[in-house]
Design a binder for this molecule. Structure first.
Ligand SMILES: Nc1ncnc2c1ncn2[C@@H]1O[C@H](COP(=O)(O)OP(=O)(O)O)[C@@H](O)[C@H]1O
Ligand SMILES: [Mg+2]
Length: 323
């Protein structure tokens, strides 16, 4: 097949996306495909159309964050009739927005930490937030990824600073109850839950940008240290979160697990990192799958889905109204 890999992009996760893209390109080539890497610019719609005309059969999205993971590119590919891996445009958009995701989790009875949404308009007194959510509390922009703009604060000055930081990234901000305990992530491939990973950041208890991407920034523990019952609760909550948002293909659910081993879903990542040291490839490795095998399964799932999707209809020419 002729495959275009989209990597890079314009989000704050551009660098990670590039590494993901190169690793996926290599795997797809090892599987015998002809692969071209494209770093999307403003002319992406035109380039994709040209690639389609030149015989491209499939687009592998290796973008992270807004403009890649949020449904925008997925919608463009739907319009062009080009198949791609992973979630469709609606699930991508829902998952990218932490606030909307949490509203859906709440409606579906999926445990997620209590929160207050702030639209940056009325003043937000620290004392009221602490009364509602306790301290420390977490401040997050509603629609960024990779811990950009997130703060964990326990006093008024850092609260004010944290709000400012989140505001510089998004106009919609989420204040969330801090869940002490373990950090668990679940990779789910088309409904199959891969082994849970417990993440231990090298410093502090915050899985921040450094911990995520710096060499030695965190340790991935497989199997995780939860009891079988705790793990089962975690897996049930993670799978329901994946399903509630309508995810497809590979996605990764981030959770906190408290001292009583109750899971709390933080978010769903619809285009999780696929660098050789990322979490999903690690979970796959625990099942004995190589990186290339994981990519192959993702591709096969996507092709199967595409074969089940009705072909785009071409309309008949419009007639001038008779009336
Ligand atoms: N409510 C919370 N309680 C405890 N830690 C949290 C909470 N929310 C976020 N964190 C920490 O911040 C990290 C990033 O938060 P997350 O919601 O997954 O956003 P993203 O990964 O998109 O930046 C988590 O992996 C966790 O370490
Ligand atoms: Mg996360």
């Amino acid at each position: 097949m002729r495959i275009v890999v989209l990597a890079g992009g314009r989000s704050s996760e551009r660098q990670v996306s590039w590494v993901t893209g190169k690793a996926c390109k290599r795997a797809l080539e090892d599987l015998g495909h002809q692969v071209k890497l494209i770093d999307p610019e403003v002319d992406l719609p035109l380039r994709l159309w040209q690639e389609r005309e030149a015989g491209c059969d499939f687009v592998w999205i290796a973008l992270h964050g807004p403009g890649g993971e949020d449904g925008v590119v997925q919608g463009m590919l739907d319009w062009l009739g080009l198949p791609y891996q992973g979630s469709g445009r609606l699930a991508s958009a829902l998952a990218m927005d932490k606030l909307v995701s949490k509203q859906i989790f709440q409606t579906e009875g999926i445990p997620t930490p209590e929160w207050i949404a702030w639209d940056n308009q009325a003043p937000l007194p620290w004392a009221e937030c602490v009364a509602a959510l306790g301290s420390p509390l977490v401040i997050k922009p509603s629609n960024e990824g990779s811990t950009v703009g997130i703060s964990i604060v326990e006093d008024e000055p850092s609260f004010t600073q944290g709000l400012q930081l989140a505001r510089s990234v998004s106009s919609r901000i989420l204040l969330e109850r801090y869940i002490p305990g373990k950090e668990i992530t679940l990779s789910i491939l088309s409904g199959q839950i891969l082994p849970a990973i417990e993440i231990i950041p090298a410093q502090g208890s915050f899985y921040d940008y450094e911990a995520k991407y710096a060499p030695g920034g965190s340790r991935h523990i497989i199997p995780c240290s939860l009891s079988p019952a705790g793990l089962a609760r975690c897996e049930a909550a993670g799978l329901r979160a994946y399903q509630a948002l309508g995810c497809e293909g590979l996605a990764r659910v981030d959770l906190r697990v408290d001292a009583a081993e109750n899971p709390w879903v933080l978010e769903v990542n619809t285009l999780p990192g696929m660098t050789p040291t990322s979490l999903c490839p690690d979970a796959a490795a625990a099942l004995g799958w190589t990186f290339t095998e994981l990519v192959e399964r993702m591709l096969q799932e996507a092709l199967q889905k595409a074969s089940l999707t009705p072909a785009a209809r071409t309309g008949s020419p419009l007639q001038e109204s008779q009336n």
